[in-house]
Ligand binder design. Structure first.
Ligand SMILES: *Cc1c(COP(=O)(O)O)cnc(C)c1O
Length: 466
């Protein structure tokens, strides 16, 4: 037997590892299949390492081997989808789950999913009911629309709307509004998938009402306006006013569809947010409005379609409605979120997205000061309050910058190291590196998360002090 063969022969067998007392004990808390797979993988990796290294490979180290196994089992036994702390200052961070839910929505999900529910059951009549009923009435109350349906997300809402209203027909859209949201949602592609034919009019920077008029043919099914929710065209620009489109639609007997994206209910210009509201659109006479549930509405992922009953009825009956329907978790959370809007002032305090946007700059600063107090004993880390620019994000209000504060971490430890250690801590903390320093934005951090952040920073401090 040569040296390599000897080293390989020293590797333990899966069964041997499993019968080790410490591993066997884990079986009480960790699924056995997970343990077996992990052990097999770690042995395989060890074998590959030895084969690759050949005669020069380090010998098998039994202590290290068991440590790797325990670490790996712990890692694999944790959920993949986990809570993180958002210290980026982007309120509706698409990669971090967009809107945080309000308390009543969280409670509703728990209540509805713990037991059975009247999801599709009419309790008064004792017969089959509709899942859409639970939120429709509330949407009407809040927006003043005639009818509404809520589906899985706004992309689905757009797809359903175009399929039901314009399959094999033409829909006119300005060239300045051919939006792409997050890669896979592109107006021309969604249009094609729905079976509607896109008719582009105008130019990137200028589209006039005359351009729409010229494009109308016998095959036109609708005029569509898409809110440029994640970019703005500035400079020498013009677009047809919503009211002009509505007038044109009335004259030519064509519905106007408005994909507005963000779903802002109450005006937030006082807080520096430059976005149209759902109510404005409907008041201007738009026939069908489309918007997301988890952008500025601040609820669960959903797509809401509100407008004239005759169009909404077409969508309710369409076969795609079933494909894009909402789940009961979403319905529970959306209903609770919408209920909050029955009192707008209360909504601004209860709905996290609105609460964060409307929180005063002083209050954000105080949170930063508390964090700095909590890490005052650190030796090589120091927090410093700095002015920061925050944004709404999630494809909403691309031009609106909210002024706020961040805690800048001043230290000799490289910023990339701190950023990585924070990201890899038990509750990952996602911050930003600005001009060579880790900066933790305080607008998107919850008071209850300050101690977790402080503990993580103190840990890093101790680690580097040694
Ligand atoms: C965000 C957005 C969408 C897509 O909405 P999702 O809810 O993410 O599917 C569609 N249109 C516009 C204008 C948007 O801003």
């Amino acid at each position: 037997m040569n040296k390599l063969q000897k080293m390989l022969a020293e590797l333990p067998k899966v069964d041997e590892v499993l019968s080790d007392e410490r591993v066997a004990e884990l079986c009480y808390t960790v699924p056995r299949s997970l343990i077996v797979n992990t052990v097999r993988n770690v042995i395989d990796k060890e074998r590959q390492r030895i084969v690759k290294g050949g005669e020069a490979a380090d010998c098998f180290d039994v202590n290290n081997f068991f440590n790797v196994i325990f670490e790996e089992i712990e890692k694999r036994n944790k959920p993949n989808l986990k809570r993180v702390i958002n210290a980026t200052g982007t309120i509706l961070h698409t990669n971090l789950g967009r809107a945080r839910l309000c308390k009543t929505a969280i409670n509703a999900i728990q209540e509805i999913t713990e037991g059975y529910s009247n999801l599709e059951y009419d309790i008064a009549k004792g017969e089959r009911g509709s899942r859409y009923k639970h939120v429709e009435e509330l949407i009407l109350q809040i927006t003043g629309a005639e009818a509404a349906i809520a589906v899985n997300n706004n992309a689905a809402a757009t797809m359903l709307c175009l399929s039901a209203m314009a399959e094999d027909k033409e829909v006119i859209v300005s060239r300045g509004e051919l939006v792409e949201i997050g890669g896979s949602f592109r107006i021309p592609d969604i249009m094609a998938s729905s079976g509607a034919k896109l008719v582009e009019v105008g130019t990137t920077n200028k589209t006039k009402i005359a351009d729409y008029i010229k494009a109308i043919t016998e095959d036109t099914a609708a005029i569509m306006k898409v809110h440029t929710s994640n970019y703005r065209i500035v400079g020498f620009t013009s677009e047809a006013k919503l009211i002009e489109l509505v007038e044109l639609g009335k004259k030519k007997n064509l519905p106007v569809i408005y994909d507005m994206g963000s779903g802002l209910i109450t005006d937030l210009t006082d807080y520096g947010i430059d976005e149209p509201t759902v109510l404005d659109g409907l008041k201007n006479g738009v026939d069908v409005m489309l918007f997301s549930g988890d952008k500025l509405l601040g609820g669960p992922q959903a797509g809401i379609i509100a407008g004239k009953k005759k169009y909404i009825d077409l969508m309710k009956k369409h076969s795609l409605a079933r494909v894009v329907r909402m789940d009961k978790l979403t319905i529970a959370a959306l209903e609770a979120t919408l209920r909050s809007y029955l009192d707008i002032e209360k909504a601004k305090k209860e709905i996290p997205a609105l609460k964060m946007i409307t929180e005063s700059i002083d209050s954000v600063k105080r949170r930063g000061e508390r964090l700095i107090d909590l890490i005052a004993d650190a030796e090589i880390l120091h927090g410093e309050i700095i002015l920061a620019e925050e944004q709404v994000g999630g494809g909403s209000a691309p031009n609106s910058i909210i002024k706020g504060y961040a805690v800048k971490i001043d230290t000799s430890i490289p910023a990339e190291k701190i950023e990585r250690l924070m990201r890899k801590s038990t509750v990952p903390i996602i911050g930003r590196i600005l001009r060579g320093n880790v900066c933790l934005d305080m607008r998107t951090v919850m008071d209850s998360e300050l101690e977790v952040i402080a503990d993580c920073l103190m840990d890093i401090d101790r680690r580097y002090c040694k």
